[in-house]
Design a binder for this molecule. Structure first.
Ligand code: GLC
Length: 609
């Protein structure tokens, strides 16, 4: 056995074996896992092994201020994988060096959940290309110093996956890879404690299979069958799929819907301790076979549930997690113009160990779920149901003076709950103002959009732009007429990339020009100034105005005071300390004295002189 692999295995063997045995008590399957890990290690390309080694030597490589991400649908952006490879130059112009390719593995048309129902983990959707195209793209990216992220959808497979097809036929071996029940008694017990992910688009957690005479567990859509990780065959095979994909040159694996992977009757089937055992095992397996690969956990939950997925400093789980509460709180702040909740959220994140790397974003392919701290909001008499209604009303433009142009997602009249869809530009008012040809409103909407990007870029971690946001792409309403999509309003913000608008970024005074260059300038400043490093100290301060958020970042010699005005009014606010002078990194303006005048939706990045 090769020395490097052996050494890495030795480092983790006892813990890995301990955890595996705790879950599965199966020596043979553990032995098989180890020998397969070696197989995948030997198959791993030499360039990837070289990269692994470099990253092992510099484990903090992804923790600086020089990574900027963008997430995109391959077909929307460039038709197919080859198209993306041809269009890498544009991404470089966007200063992007991390691309998240939305799901591209084989999936049945019309029953794909945007690609999150995988029918073959080892094949690319024919319309998007082949595995060779993927390898060619990752190689081209690596040459340009770009990282590639993909989704590893591990909670479920499509009902068209070979295992599911065979399970449906009644093959016991395959039925045991899912959750099959011959009558509704046990599913009914589960339903008492398991919440719903898609209460209106896919109600319930089980689906009746007529021809199999069984119920199968389907937490998401009925065509997404939950995998049974109590079966070691499922764990092992999914790990092999993971390593197969990692060997195609993937740098970041987004482990989709990870809190859901372990089910236990009488529980919510979310975040159970066994989930952490599995993620910890995956981390060790990565460190043994492909240590250059990062795990990005998709945990769309409240902060207390998210943070444990980092594991501990000695026994880490995910390398990175989505900063979902900050994202949702940001849109709450846009709708309320009251920064107090966001300030609290910034303080919570700022108080976490700096080893934790968050992925920061304004919008992604999914809806905005209003997971806010309602207990805290209650002190102001703000109740959960009425507040969600307000946020949705504001951001869908139902309130007459509001500028948002979103749409509801999974609106559940019985609970009064609903989530929200829409692109950043449409939620910021660009769509409305452009449609109404209202120049001053358009100006203000662009300013809000820029301010939000500046806010995202101020946070520690990895900022990820949603493709199209850099040119202010608006909602795409064509999904309303598409029979495969009309029921899922997330397609509102999953439109084709508008290359026709992209061209306008060269035209002075266009929305595209203002956003592209405005955001580009912010990104440039961010990577040039060490004060944006992940290891900076970050805290908030009181600006004496509840519409203006004040954040301090301090790293070594540099100190930055950032101000964000979330209101449509010009404000005079106070800086944290007296007697300091600053230069605004964005405008170059000098600021002396403690009081600062900040424009409507204005932003300052004040570097202490
Ligand atoms: C994740 C994806 C979402 C998908 C779900 C089910 O939450 O982000 O788009 O619907 O997983 O796989």
């Amino acid at each position: 056995m090769e020395n490097v692999f052996q050494k890495r295995l030795e480092r983790h063997h006892d813990e890995l074996r301990w955890l595996y045995m705790e879950l599965y008590q199966n020596d043979d399957m553990f032995a098989e896992l180890c020998s397969q890990m070696y197989e995948y290690y030997t198959q791993r390309a030499q360039q990837l092994k070289t990269m692994d080694k470099a990253r092992e030597e510099e484990p903090g490589w992804y923790k600086k201020n020089d990574i900027l991400g963008m997430m995109m649908y391959i077909d929307n952006y460039a038709g197919n994988l080859k198209g993306v490879e041809e269009k890498l130059d544009y991404l470089e112009e966007c200063q992007v060096n991390y691309i998240h390719l939305m799901p591209f593995l084989d999936t049945p048309k019309g029953r794909s959940d945007g690609g999150y129902a995988v029918s073959d983990f080892r094949n690319v959707q024919p319309a998007l290309g082949t595995m060779e195209d993927l390898e060619s793209l990752t190689q081209a990216c690596h040459k340009k110093g770009m990282n590639v992220c993909m989704d590893f959808v591990m909670n479920h497979t499509s009902e068209d996956h070979e295992w599911a097809v065979r399970a449906r036929r009644g093959e016991g071996e395959y039925m045991s890879r899912y959750f099959f029940f011959s009558d509704h008694s046990i599913p009914a017990e589960y339903e008492k404690t398991v919440p719903q992910v898609f209460p209106t688009t896919a109600p319930g957690n089980f689906t009746w299979l007529q021809e199999a005479g069984h119920f199968v567990m389907t937490t998401f859509y009925p065509y997404q069958w939950d995998l049974n990780y109590r079966n070691p065959r499922v764990f092992n095979e999914m790990v092999y799929n993971f390593l197969f994909l990692a060997n195609k040159g993937i740098d970041v694996m987004r482990i989709d819907a990870v809190p859901y992977i372990w089910k236990e009757l009488g529980t919510s089937c979310r975040n159970l301790p066994q989930v952490h055992t599995i993620v910890r095992m995956m981390r060790m397996i990565c460190e043994i076979v492909c240590p250059g690969v990062l795990l990005l956990g998709e945990v769309v939950m409240e902060p207390e549930k998210v943070v444990p997925y980092f594991g501990t400093v000695e026994k880490p789980e995910c390398h990175m997690l989505y900063n979902v509460t900050t994202m949702a709180s940001t849109w709450h702040t846009v709708a309320t113009r009251d920064i107090r909740l966001l300030k609290l959220q910034m303080d919570i994140v700022g108080g976490l160990p700096k080893e934790y790397v968050f992925l920061n974003y304004l919008r992604c392919h999914d809806d905005i779920g209003w997971g806010l701290d309602y207990q805290w909001l209650m002190q102001f008499g703000i109740g959960e149901v009425s507040h969600k209604k307000y946020l949705n009303d504001f951001l869908t433009g139902t309130i007459p003076e509001s500028f948002g142009r979103g749409e509801l997602y999974n609106s559940d009249p019985s609970s009064g709950d609903a989530r929200l869809c829409g692109t950043t530009a449409s939620l910021c008012g660009i769509e409305k103002a452009a449609y109404e040809k209202n120049e001053p409103a358009l100006e203000q909407a662009v300013q809000l959009d820029l301010m939000l990007h500046a806010y995202m870029l101020t946070q520690s971690g990895i900022p990820v732009i949603y493709s199209g946001d850099e040119i202010g792409q608006e909602n795409d309403y064509t999904y309303h007429k598409d029979p495969d999509r009309w029921g899922d309003s997330r397609y509102l913000h999953r439109g084709k990339f508008r290359w026709d608008l992209e061209e306008k970024r060269a035209e002075k005074g266009t929305v595209q020009e203002k956003l592209f260059h405005g955001i580009g300038k912010l990104e440039q400043i961010r990577k040039e100034n060490p004060v944006f490093n992940t290891d900076a100290d970050v805290w908030t301060f009181d600006t004496l105005d509840d519409s203006v958020l004040g954040i301090i970042r301090r790293c070594k010699e540099q100190k930055l005071a950032a101000l964000f005005n979330f209101s449509e009014y010009q404000k005079v606010v106070q800086l944290e300390q007296e007697g300091e002078t600053y230069t605004d990194l964005i405008s170059g303006k000098k600021i002396t004295g403690r009081e600062v005048n900040i424009a409507a939706y204005g932003v300052y990045w004040l570097l202490k002189d």
